[in-house]
Design a protein around this ligand. Structure first.
Ligand code: PAZ
Length: 327
């Protein structure tokens, strides 16, 4: 069997596994609502009077935060991961600044764009009740609160920021599929920036306990199966012309680049962004077929974020990618 047969077989296997994942997943609530908002978003960002944000028709789907794996259908317990959603939220701001429109697919309760300078509990820490019972913003936080509210509302109202929340792995993958199909006609103008930490293993819906698992019966044996590799299907079937960027996280530096290279080749990504858990806010390594570029946070000022130079680099490489189609 030659390399082409191998690739075709991988594609077929992935397609079949993906199909059976979706067939056995619980139905996505609000699917019709999500499809409607995606259609409005795409219409707005493809019409000539649409995105007044600078880069006509350029859209990025940013995934952010971690997916959960339920252990029981009633949703009492689940397996989760560390992701705070900071990468996705910060990148959303920089892409908007660069003139892109953003579909922000985020885990409920994780970091939101324009909110990174707010304290952990903004409602309790930024506001006071005045004598006449009206609510006031404390002077210390006034600017940050104003910025968070105005910039977020402006981006949503202008139709250049669409926020779609998920919690479970089932919701995440179903919404990602809806987004990719909706953005398909944008061809190379669309980017998939897949920063979410997606579960590798899950319990299929049909073999999941319905009620809360009882502890009286002793130790728990549970079989998790592998989540099918959606990257392959996203890249080849759902949005084949888009610019695809996946992330690779490791805790062992020695295997990070090898695994990033493998993902680049196996899934034909345009870019894999490699990062280590402990230094992910300081630096990332951008791996492409042609280069490996280390992108660092600017340490000369306190509020600098690694996502700023990272998004600059992505925009540059995406512009070059689009040009190839213009030629
Ligand atoms: O969400 P966060 O800012 O805490 O972390 C970002 C990240 C490490 C989840 C992201 O950069 C990443 O690597 N995502 C993919 C993780 C993976 O290999 O599944």
């Amino acid at each position: 069997m030659d390399a082409v047969d191998d690739a075709n077989q991988l594609r077929e296997t992935s397609k079949n596994e993906v199909m059976s994942f979706f067939e056995s997943s619980p139905l996505l609530k609000d699917a019709a609502e999500i499809e409607k908002s995606l259609k409005e978003f795409v219409d707005r960002n493809t019409s000539s009077s649409g995105n007044l944000n600078g880069k006509a028709n350029r859209v990025v789907c940013i995934t952010s935060g971690g997916t959960t794996v339920p252990l029981e259908k009633q949703g009492v317990r689940y397996i989760d991961n560390f992701s705070s959603g900071h990468r996705g939220a910060a990148s959303t701001e920089y892409f908007l600044k660069a003139g892109y429109s953003v579909v922000f697919l985020y885990r409920r309760g994780t970091c939101q764009p324009f909110c990174s300078s707010l304290p952990d509990d903004p409602l309790l820490e930024c506001f006071s009740v005045a004598d006449d019972s009206s609510i006031e913003v404390d002077a210390l936080h006034a600017e940050t609160v104003k910025r968070a509210i105005t910039e977020n509302r402006a981006a949503v109202a202008e139709g250049i920021l669409l926020k779609l929340p998920f919690t479970t792995i089932f919701e995440y993958l179903q919404i990602l599929r809806l987004i990719s199909v909706s953005l398909r006609d944008l061809g190379p103008s669309a980017i998939f920036f897949l920063a979410a930490a997606v579960s590798d293993f899950y319990i299929p819906w049909e073999s999941m306990a319905f009620h809360k698992i009882q502890s009286a019966s002793g130790p728990l044996d549970m079989r998790l199966v592998q989540v099918p590799k959606m990257l392959s299907v996203l890249r080849n079937e759902w949005a084949p012309m888009a610019f695809h960027i996946s992330f690779k996280l490791e805790t062992d530096r020695d295997i990070l680049l090898a695994n990033a290279d493998m993902a680049l080749k196996k899934y034909k990504m345009h870019m894999v962004i490699a990062n280590e858990l402990s230094t992910r806010k300081e630096e990332v390594i951008v791996v492409t077929e042609q280069e490996k570029v280390t992108v660092r946070r600017d340490n000369t000022w306190a509020g600098a974020e690694v996502e700023c130079p990272l998004v600059e680099l992505v925009v540059d490489r995406h512009s070059a990618y689009i040009k190839k189609f213009d030629a």
